[in-house]
Design a protein around this ligand. Structure first.
Ligand SMILES: NC(=O)c1ccc[n+]([C@@H]2O[C@H](COP(=O)([O-])OP(=O)(O)OC[C@H]3O[C@@H](n4cnc5c(N)ncnc54)[C@H](O)[C@@H]3O)[C@@H](O)[C@H]2O)c1
Ligand SMILES: [Zn+2]
Ligand SMILES: [Zn+2]
Length: 369
């Protein structure tokens, strides 16, 4: 079939919205008509080269839609089902999945290649095979993905909001709830208030944090942070230091979540300084693949018994946590609508990403239907 998609033909180029040829789903694969896709910062890393990506690439990994057709042997979903794509596939039986860490499913090894699980492509344009962002390609009206990337949700959850459950919300919420293990009464700092940070703030609030300090240079982000549950805000890590000293009576934050657009290794030591004894810093934001050095006082790490940990997908399990987050939305505890600053048509993708760079959006969403 023919459909439309936003393609990155080479690093540092704009997204090109054009007609593509999409093959029918093969074994284990699913054809989905997308309703919407969030514009996460991770696709921008493919443009800048901070994340290695193979072009030509259909971008997008934060999508939701309705299943149109399933290939042979598909058992998880059926035509008509409403699905959110998880940006990590989860097979359910590899060692990581079986151990309760399906965000680390062995099939994730295929993500940066962007092919179907059999190594071939269903997407084509200008006579070439196209690869897809983390085997999804949600900057498109339709896509063919593996059933391992599909999570069925109830029909009452609006798909134009549910798309956020494919990346930003579980990643941010899980960064607080699972990776940081925020406990009732903890002081928490969240650095960067985009799609990930705004969900991290909500996760910390739901987990019972006492003070939540949002750090972002953009004033609108700091104001919005309060709607999501932040109790205080600062415009930089340096400015946050004194504020956190005052708010926590010198104890500092038990948990710190890093959710900036691009991580900066030089900021790790000052970020560790925001952290309490026995505290934990969670690095959720992506650093450039080329960055291999960070500033850090290892004496501080040792004698203050601090920890510095990474997380993918907020250490959440897609098949259980995406429906869990949909329930939290339904019960009014999770604000998804407030996270969507503006909707754009697929053709508005370059404007949407410019707005992200300019700090205008918590999350911009491409709305197809
Ligand atoms: N680990 C994962 O599984 C995972 C998943 C999704 C996204 N990410 C990464 O998380 C990061 C955030 O993604 P996003 O979509 O929310 O990005 P975003 O661009 O929407 O938001 C980033 C925010 O950080 C702020 N910021 C930039 N520099 C800052 C600084 N020095 N101090 C404080 N704030 C600063 C910006 O103003 C912006 O509000 C990206 O690096 C993204 O690739 C990681
Ligand atoms: Zn993402
Ligand atoms: Zn697995």
């Amino acid at each position: 079939m023919k459909t439309k998609a936003a393609i990155l033909w080479g690093q540092h180029e704009p997204w090109s919205v054009e007609e593509i040829e999409l093959d029918p789903p093969k074994a284990g694969e699913v054809l989905v008509e997308l309703t919407a896709s969030g514009m996460c910062h991770s696709d921008e890393h493919a443009v800048t080269g901070d994340l290695p990506a193979i072009t030509p690439l259909i971008g997008g990994h934060e999508g939701a839609g309705i299943v149109l057709e399933v290939g042979p042997s598909v058992t998880r979903v059926a035509p008509g089902d409403h699905v959110v794509f998880s940006f990590v596939p989860a097979c359910g039986h590899c060692p990581s999945c079986a151990d309760g860490h399906s965000n680390l499913c062995d099939n994730g090894g295929a993500l940066l290649m962007g092919a179907q699980m059999d190594g071939t492509s269903r997407h084509h344009a200008r006579g070439k095979d196209l690869w897809t962002m983390v085997c999804l390609g949600t900057f498109a009206h339709h896509s063919v993905v593996n059933e391992m990337s599909c999570v069925k949700i109830e029909d009452d959850i609006p798909l134009e909001l549910a798309c956020l459950l494919g990346c930003g919300v579980p990643t941010g919420w899980g960064s607080s709830v699972y990776a940081a293990e925020v406990k009732p009464g903890d002081n928490v700092a969240v650095i960067g208030v985009g799609g990930i940070g705004s969900a991290a703030i909500q996760g910390a609030r739901i987990a019972g944090a006492r003070n939540i300090i949002a750090i972002d240079p953009v004033e609108m982000k700091r104001e919005m942070a309060q709607k999501f549950g932040a109790t205080h805000s600062a415009s930089s890590v340096a400015e946050a230091f004194e504020l956190i000293q005052e708010v926590t009576w010198g104890r500092m934050c038990e948990k710190v979540i890093c959710a900036m657009g691009v991580g900066d290794g030089e900021l790790i030591a000052p970020i560790m300084a925001l952290t309490a004894k026995n505290g934990r810093v969670v690095v959720t934001n992506v650093h450039s693949a080329a960055e291999t050095h960070i500033s850090v006082s290892l004496l501080d790490l040792t004698i203050m018994q601090k920890s510095l940990v990474g997380t993918i997908f907020g250490s959440a399990n897609p098949q259980s946590d995406i429906p869990r987050l949909a329930h939290l939305y339904r019960s009014g505890q999770l604000d998804l609508a407030g996270m969507v600053t503006r909707e754009y048509p697929l053709e508005g993708i370059n404007e949407g990403y410019q707005d992200m760079r300019d700090g205008k959006n918590i999350r911009g969403v491409l709305r197809y239907k």
